[in-house]
Design a binder for this molecule. Sequence first.
Ligand SMILES: C[S@@+](CC[C@H](N)C(=O)[O-])C[C@H]1O[C@@H](n2cnc3c(N)ncnc32)[C@H](O)[C@@H]1O
Length: 234
Amino acid sequence: MKDLLGQALLDYQNGNYTQDLITSTNISDEDSLPLPYLFRTFKDMPKLEQKALKLAKGHVLDVGCGAGGHSLYLQDKGFAVKSIDISEGAIAVCKARGLDKAKVASILDETAQFDTILLLMNGTGIFQKLSYVTKYLSHLKSLLKPNGQILIDSSDIQYMYEDEDGGLWIDTNANYYGELDYFLSYKGQKEAPLTWLYLDFNTLKTACLTVGLHCENILEGEHFDYLAKLTLSE
Ligand SMILES: C[S@@+](CC[C@H](N)C(=O)[O-])C[C@H]1O[C@@H](n2cnc3c(N)ncnc32)[C@H](O)[C@@H]1O
């Protein structure tokens, strides 16, 4: 990984903002991901993220924290927050912004237990593939304190497969429709392709059942997106 995301975050943090990230997927054209969005404060966050932050309690783990906006909001409110990301640049930015507990780590390497685990801005993306979902969920479950909660958002992207007449062109022999190849470039350089998973609520709920997690749809967004709360099944 070249860590172009981290480079872009560092550029923005250091006052060298000249270009945005460019993203595309195997089913969509190029789009820009404005760097200021990755530094959004509470008032500019989507309602689903605001709701997740309002529900936070106790010791918090922010998984895939990026530039750390969610962690900073909670830290400012007095919560103890650990922020992790696989991007070295992102963690350098988090530290520069005052998140002392920020650490370069993958969620699968985390071993401590928390009251709240946040995975925001399509948090299921980190699972990469439908076939990995139960592995990630089982691991996340092992990181929960007895009354802990996982707050995770995603979208049902079936709408992206609709043609102009409202028909669907999903290939039923292909992988799950939310499993996308994701391409990112910055300042003319291309990142190694990623697999990024958008998971519809019912599929998430079914996967949760198989690992012993209760899954509740807390809030629907404006565009097929949702915030789910996962807790230990009784
Ligand atoms: C879409 S960004 C979201 C950033 C931030 N949560 C936000 O809302 O602005 C996803 C982040 O997850 C990180 N990430 C991807 N896989 C990860 C993993 N296995 N463990 C921890 N972080 C991961 C990426 O480096 C990236 O910073």
